[in-house]
Design a protein around this ligand. Structure first.
Ligand SMILES: Cc1ncc(COP(=O)(O)O)c(C=O)c1O
Length: 450
């Protein structure tokens, strides 16, 4: 047991974590982790007592902020009563969370399969879509991330897939509505939604009756907060209905208030056939993932075997945490706060774009946002390309170092600085963090064309 008497120093924490454990997506000798000790609200402290403002909600999951007393209490109460139950048994937390999810998800999405994280949710959604439709192909997008396990990484369009290929067969990737760098050469206001026609064309090439599902992130998250045009999701719904293809929204990152609505698809009043979720459902306090399906899909499995199963499906501790977390979103008004503070964040980001010659684009919806850094606003040359390595990352690494030294924790990928804080954040805390980012952008301005 870790006690006050045997507490490690900051250096010991880093050394033992590096010596005995692996870190994700990294050359192990290069990692330089912060030894986190304690946290509260939108802040956390390292083992030397240094405070950081958390501008990425850890890994875009800690939506309710750190150490919410009501969720901690619920975890303790459930741990005292029942830590675990066989996945074939029924428990109160499981039933209650299923009911809560049916209530907050749109339309006729009313039945849930529980798992432990986002990748597992997508794995099980793939299986359910294939079982329900009897088809095997799946469409996903190039600018996307859906998880690190073999099926989920096959859906993933970004380069995290490359190291483990060949992976699950049957996935075909399409282009995204990435309007700042439109793959068809248009702007959002002048285009004819060539990006949507392109998907219908791919469906024709692949055979509509071979395709089980289209997987889309509600709003693309870790690859750059790609907010689609307003008619995008409704048109995807129409296309899926036309060909009998299931529409699956991966809301692992974009769900649970992140975009100012319970789920990103709610911004466009679209009801997908399946929503996958994780992260925000428990705000990361304990692991949980879920696949919520429509009544039609649920009905299919009344008479056909659901060939999905996990020891930890319906874990009582996870489900009790999910129930308490959803109550916190409601009682603390976090979804409305994300919309309101998100508007302020959007205005402030536009100001940064006007002020800094290295800010090419800012994208935001609710408290889900990114700054795209360029070398030249006219040519949109990125400060680091999507799969940059080594020296090409020097300037962005300097930005990361500056932010860390000045007590701001966030996610930086290639030329993108993410701002995805807990939904409990206030406008003045947004300003506090943006002030540090504003200063850091002087580093990139110095390299960019004036
Ligand atoms: C959209 C999306 N789907 C799936 C995942 C995978 O979730 P997990 O890391 O819990 O497996 C992530 C993780 O960041 C994600 O952003």
């Amino acid at each position: 047991m870790i006690t006050k008497e045997n507490t490690m120093t900051a250096e010991e924490i880093v050394q033992s974590s590096k010596k005995y454990t692996f870190f994700s997506w990294a050359v192990q000798s290069e990692v330089n982790p912060i030894p986190i000790d304690r946290a509260e609200g939108v802040y956390f402290w390292d083992a030397d007592g240094k405070r950081y403002i958390d501008f990425s909600s850890q890994l875009m999951n800690l939506n309710i902020g750190h150490q919410h007393p009501k969720v901690i209490e619920a975890i303790k109460e459930q741990a005292d009563k029942l830590c675990f139950a066989h996945p074939g048994t029924a428990t109160e937390p499981r039933g209650r969370l299923g009911e809560s999810l049916a209530e907050i998800t749109p339309g006729n999405l009313n039945k849930t399969f529980f798992c432990l994280g986002g990748a597992e949710a997508n794995e099980n959604a793939i299986k359910m879509a294939r079982m329900y439709t009897g088809r095997h192909k799946i469409l996903a997008q190039y600018i996307s991330y859906h998880g690190a396990t073999h099926g989920a990484i096959a859906l993933t369009g970004d380069s995290r897939r490359w190291a483990v290929e060949p992976t699950m067969p049957g996935v075909v990737h399409t282009l995204n509505p990435y309007c700042y760098r439109c793959p068809f050469g248009w702007t959002r206001d002048t285009c004819h939604r060539e990006c949507i026609d392109h998907i219908e064309e791919v469906i024709q090439y692949e055979g509509p009756e071979e395709i089980a599902a289209i997987f889309l992130e509600g709003v693309v998250g870790s690859n750059g907060i790609i907010v689609p045009p307003d008619d995008y999701w409704p048109r995807m719904r129409e296309i899926c209905d036309k060909y009998g293809i299931l529409l699956i929204s991966d809301e692992v990152m974009s769900g649970f208030g992140r975009t100012g609505k319970w789920f990103a698809v709610d911004n466009w009043n679209v009801v997908p056939d399946i929503i996958t979720m994780a992260k925000g459902v428990t705000a990361g306090y304990v692991p949980l993932g879920a696949v919520v399906v429509s009544d039609e899909i649920a009905q299919h499995f009344e008479d056909n075997k659901l060939s999905c199963g996990l020891t930890y499906s319906g874990h009582p501790l996870s489900c009790a945490t999910g129930v308490a977390t959803i109550e916190v979103y409601k009682q603390d008004g976090l979804i409305d706060n994300a919309a309101e503070v998100g508007e302020h964040l959007g205005q402030r980001l536009e100001e940064l774009k006007s002020k800094h010659n290295s800010v090419g684009a800012v994208r935001y919806i609710g408290l889900f946002s990114v700054i795209e850094v360029v070398k030249d606003k006219m040519t949109k040359t990125p400060m680091a390309t999507r799969n940059a390595k080594g020296a090409e990352l020097a300037t962005m690494n300097e930005v990361g170092k500056y932010l860390r030294e000045n007590g701001l924790f966030t996610f930086i990928k290639a030329n993108m600085i993410f701002i995805v804080p807990p939904l409990s954040i206030t406008k003045s805390q947004i300003d506090e963090g943006l002030e540090i980012i504003d200063q850091a952008l002087d580093i990139t301005d110095a390299v960019a064309k004036a």
